[in-house]
Design a protein around this ligand. Structure first.
Ligand code: IMP
Ligand code: MG
Length: 186
């Protein structure tokens, strides 16, 4: 098992690249089958989903578009108190089948807000494809159409996911190791 250190934390291999790619292939097969008669727009959520998006799109055989966006969240004056803005999404999704491509759904609040923002642009259909889901952390009612892998409530990095901006470049996924007195002193 490979071990890496990022800042104050130690991580160990959790999902090796070949396992990730197997799971990505399953999602691609499902999407190719389910959306066979459509020309979807894949909307990839930066930064975390960049690696998943690249591997997924290489396996999609449908005629499709791929667009990238960033979600900016700030306190607003609306009744919800929080406003999510999509930066850089310049594809017109009105009347289109949209597949959101996300790295991880944890509490689900980010995805819920994102769905509302995208729905306001009046697509015909919105599907969610996530590389990872933490079912034990989910706090909102969400229909997640495609889940490559479900994982326990632990913090992970690699394959696009970061710890404080670092670790996105690893091809495997690593899980944080509990601090014990032994490895705290190392
Ligand atoms: P949610 O709104 O709680 O679902 O948060 C989702 C966001 O939190 C993701 O898009 C990630 O940026 C971040 N996140 C949640 N869990 C992890 C993790 O285990 N590692 C790295 N980032 C995570
Ligand atoms: Mg993310």
């Amino acid at each position: 098992m490979n071990s890496i250190r990022i800042k104050d934390k130690q991580f160990v291999t959790f999902l090796p690249e070949e396992k990730i790619l197997q799971a990505v292939r399953r999602v691609a097969d499902d999407i190719n089958r389910d959306l066979a008669d459509t020309q979807p727009v894949f909307v990839s959520i930066l930064n975390g989903a960049f690696m998943f998006t690249a591997d997924l799109m290489k396996l999609i055989t449908l005629p499709c578009e791929v667009s990238f966006t960033k979600v900016a969240s700030y306190e607003g004056t609306s009744s919800t108190g929080r406003v999510k803005e999509l930066i850089g999404l310049n594809t017109d999704i009105e009347g289109r089948t949209v597949v959101i491509v996300e790295d991880i759904i944890d509490t689900g609040h980010t995805m819920k807000a994102l769905l509302e923002t995208l729905r306001a642009r009046r697509p015909k259909d919105i599907r969610i494809a996530t590389l990872l889901l933490k079912p034990g952390k989910l706090q909102v009612d969400l229909q997640v159409d495609y889940v490559a892998m479900s994982i326990p409530n632990e913090f992970i990095v690699g394959y696009g996911l970061d710890y404080d901006g670092l670790g996105r470049n690893y091809r495997d996924i690593y899980v944080v190791q509990e601090e014990t007195e032994e490895n705290a002193s190392n």
